[in-house]
Write a protein that binds this ligand. Structure first.
Ligand SMILES: *Cc1c(COP(=O)(O)O)cnc(C)c1O
Length: 438
């Protein structure tokens, strides 16, 4: 059954609910529609009515561009009916997933104690890391058992960190960035100096970003890591998008200081060419995570007897999860098939596109580049446009099938951004979009 037709990559569709109702109502019946009709509906009505995030002119948000090898492996994972929650049931899958975690950990300069797991996305990854951080903070001093912990991060930190803090009932304090959208050591230190002692003593973690979603900015991990260490705070790095740079020898220096973090995340479904959904969550040292996570019950006892053989920690002991798909295997298979150099070249392609686009914008009088791109996000303005003009332009671009680029906000003002992750995006795609801004 072919549900993927790579020729058919349209933008410009957003059917109204009543159109889908006409096509899909009555799908779920007592006796079934039969495979042929169900297949037709799946292909022509369900999947054809979804945007393809791997359209080469899809430059909104952080797109995704799954590699055919990864997609193949993803299908194998489903077909093999693997329960990847523990070693007894999925030793092979966990071993292979750990190879990917180890590759990322080594490239980050983590010690050989590093371990990790794959969760559904960056949101689940950061939540799990912060739960670990709080557990460590509370166990370090029993007097903190009922204190509300504090997390520090920059204003540009991803919304999922605020969501995680909300779930945990943790206070999140946001720190203004510099003009490049970065949290620097100086800004962090100044902010900490202004905190009342009673608040400062409740800080349990700082979250730094490699590749903020809006600007692709990279925080100063070296300085932030050493401040965190001096205060005995957990340092978590959100690299859901940007830590893909670890795979490239040319670009990994951008994440300098990552070796000081206690945990980091990177989403293979963003810039590492795996299908949804996967986030690699990596810990410098598994002990704290093991203490914080893990479910215990009589019906699980048979599993925990096998858990934690020396080298492998069961995934449920590292994150908020129990049953799980072996969602790291698509990336493992892609890396095993193509090699890391292929991945590096694809990530470098995105950075090249961003630099080229920034140069075009810089040279155009009607456009204003807001931040020199470091990774593959370009943030810019069309001189003298207001929010309504951006909206109209974006809608028309989409409807005409030229591209998907949506307005954002930078420094409180409307702006545009493009994010390049797709190796099939060409200069011609970007040029065609820029031409419409004249
Ligand atoms: C996308 C993103 C997240 C959230 O990841 P999900 O996989 O969507 O949950 C977190 N941080 C950054 C920087 C992101 O770009």
């Amino acid at each position: 059954m072919v549900v993927r037709e790579s020729g058919d990559r349209r933008l410009g569709l957003s059917p109204a609910p009543y159109e889908l109702a006409g096509a899909l109502d009555g799908s779920l019946t007592r006796d079934g529609l039969g495979v042929a009709e169900a297949t037709r509906r799946l292909k022509d009505e369900v999947l054809a009515q979804c945007l393809r995030v791997d359209h080469p002119a899809f430059l909104a948000f952080v797109p995704s561009a799954p590699d055919p090898q990864s997609i193949f492996a993803d299908q194998q994972v489903s077909a093999a009916a693997v329960y990847a929650g523990d070693w007894k049931e999925a030793a092979g899958a966990l071993y292979a997933e750990q190879q990917v975690i180890t590759l990322l950990a080594e490239r980050a300069g983590f010690p050989s104690t590093a371990t990790g797991t794959f969760v559904s996305g960056g949101s689940a990854g950061s939540l799990s890391a912060l739960v670990t951080a709080r557990h460590r903070w509370r166990t370090a001093d029993p007097a903190r058992a009922h204190d509300r912990a504090v997390v520090l991060a920059s204003h540009d930190v991803h919304s999922s960190v605020a969501a995680a803090c909300n779930v945990m009932d943790v206070e999140l304090l946001l720190i203004p960035t510099d003009k490049n959208g970065c949290l620097t050591g100086e800004l962090l230190a100044e902010f900490v100096d202004t905190l009342p002692p009673a608040t400062r003593s409740r800080v349990m973690a700082v979250v730094a970003s490699v590749g903020t979603t809006n600007a692709g900015a990279v925080d100063d991990l070296v300085a932030i890591g050493s401040i965190a260490q001096a205060h005995d705070w957990w340092c978590h790095v959100d690299g859901a998008y940007g830590l893909a740079c670890l795979i490239s020898d040319e670009l990994r220096h951008l994440a300098r200081g990552i070796e000081r973090a206690d945990s980091f995340i990177v989403d293979p479904h963003k810039w590492l060419f795996a299908p949804y959904d996967a986030c690699a969550l990596v810990y410098r040292e598994p002990g704290y995570a093991k203490a914080a996570h893990g479910q215990r019950a009589g019906y699980l006892a048979a599993l925990s007897r096998h858990a934690d053989n020396d080298a492998f920690v069961d995934p449920g002991n590292l994150a908020f999860q129990l049953s799980r798909r072996a969602r790291g295997l698509p990336l493992w298979f892609g890396l095993a098939s193509h090699g890391t150099a292929f991945y590096a070249a694809q990530v470098e392609h995105g950075v090249m596109l961003a630099r080229w686009t920034a140069a075009q914008i810089d040279a155009a009088e009607h456009l204003e580049l807001l931040i020199e791109p470091v990774l593959s996000v370009v943030l810019f303005r069309r001189v003298s446009w207001d929010a309504a003009q951006y909206e109209r332009w974006s809608t028309e671009l989409f409807d005409r099938g030229i591209g998907f680029v949506v307005p954002t906000v930078a420094d409180g003002q409307p702006a545009l951004r493009m994010c390049f992750v797709n190796p099939e995006t060409t200069l011609a795609h970007v040029g065609a979009i820029l031409d419409t801004l004249l």
